[in-house]
Write a protein that binds this ligand. Structure first.
Ligand code: HEM
Length: 288
């Protein structure tokens, strides 16, 4: 988005709320950049919340890449909610659009790892001691894991009992996961007699038969299944890139969050979120 020079009202906003901001007027007498653009985006706040703990040049990058991830995590949860609501009401067009957008966001996240790879182990070591936490404690990431189907208590237990983060994650654990929404959609589309719980075994004959039928028809249901596979694959790709980043920057040292570090991260790389969609590829297509 470029700095606005437009006086056009946006959406349903009041035209008077949108200041006319020509380049000449962009800076006030006090020297602050109080334009419609900066006000709308709360730039004064946004640009004031990067607070490295050291004078080390590379720490700002570390902070910013984490903050950008958290913003995208917020958007991911927003889009995933939209995808789930659309699937629940069998609105396949909006569901596909939300799933595609989700896919694009995870791709963006993967490419951000590139930027962090430019920090050498020695540069990282110069501020690592002072970090005090790691992405391990990202509540939004844990929420995303739960939406993707993680059902154990691990995600919630990273946060203090009664804390807002823990309550939010516990709330998610009581809600349908993404794969539940897919099964609901497959039931509404006639591929399953009734919705089934996502904790159903990946090799459940009924689910496998439904998936095979959807793929065989090669219609919208198959496209939705393929977008689920995209998301599953991309989350694994992010995990892979992040685990290699950790290995590259801190070697085999333990993590700031208290885990074994890169070794811990490697364990989750090849764990699919939607195993039924991988299992259907194992069994052959002539079964029905
Ligand atoms: C130089 C950069 C980075 C290094 C060396 C690094 C290292 C690590 C390590 C060693 C862990 C294991 C847990 C622990 O801390 O003990 C971890 C976990 C994690 N990190 Fe990073 N990380 C980096 C950047 C990032 C960024 C930019 C994000 C974005 C939010 C992130 C998100 C996460 C998440 C979500 C976990 C939990 C993964 C899981 O439990 O499966 N990390 N990181």
């Amino acid at each position: 988005m470029s700095a606005s020079t437009s006086a056009e009202p946006r959406g349903d906003g009041d035209a008077e709320d949108v200041a006319v901001t020509t380049p000449g007027e962009a800076t006030t007498a006090e020297g602050s950049h109080d334009t419609a653009y900066s006000t709308y985006l709360a730039l004064d706040t946004l640009l004031a919340i990067q607070r490295p703990k050291t004078e080390q040049h590379d720490e700002l990058l570390f902070v910013i890449v984490h903050q950008i991830h958290e913003l995208w995590f917020k958007q991911l949860l927003h889009e995933l909610g939209n995808a789930q609501r659309s699937l629940a009401s069998a609105a396949d067009g909006p569901a596909l659009r939300a799933l595609r957008r989700t896919r694009s966001i995870i791709r963006v996240l993967i490419t951000q790892i590139d930027v962090l790879e430019s920090i050498t182990p020695e540069q990282f070591d110069a501020f690592r001691e002072l970090l005090g936490g790691s992405g391990h404690q990202s509540a939004q990431f844990r929420e995303i894991e739960v939406v993707f189907g993680r059902s154990d208590r691990f995600a919630a237990e990273q946060f203090a009992p009664g804390s807002p983060d823990r309550k939010r994650i516990e709330g998610r654990l009581g809600e349908p996961a993404l794969f539940d929404s897919l099964l609901r959609y497959l039931a509404a589309s006639g591929y399953l007699p009734a919705p089934r719980g996502a904790r159903v075994a990946p090799d459940s004959p009924e689910i496998q038969k439904a998936l095979r039928a959807a793929y065989r028809d090669d219609g919208v249901a198959a496209q939705i299944c393929e977008r689920f596979v995209d998301l599953d694959q991309l989350l694994q790709e992010w995990r892979f890139r992040h685990s290699v980043l950790a290995r590259r920057v801190i070697g085999d040292q333990t993590g700031t969050g208290g885990s074994t570090g890169a070794a811990y991260l490697r364990e989750s790389v090849f764990k699919p979120s939607f195993p039924a969609l991988w299992h259907v590829r194992d069994t052959g297509w002539a079964a029905d």
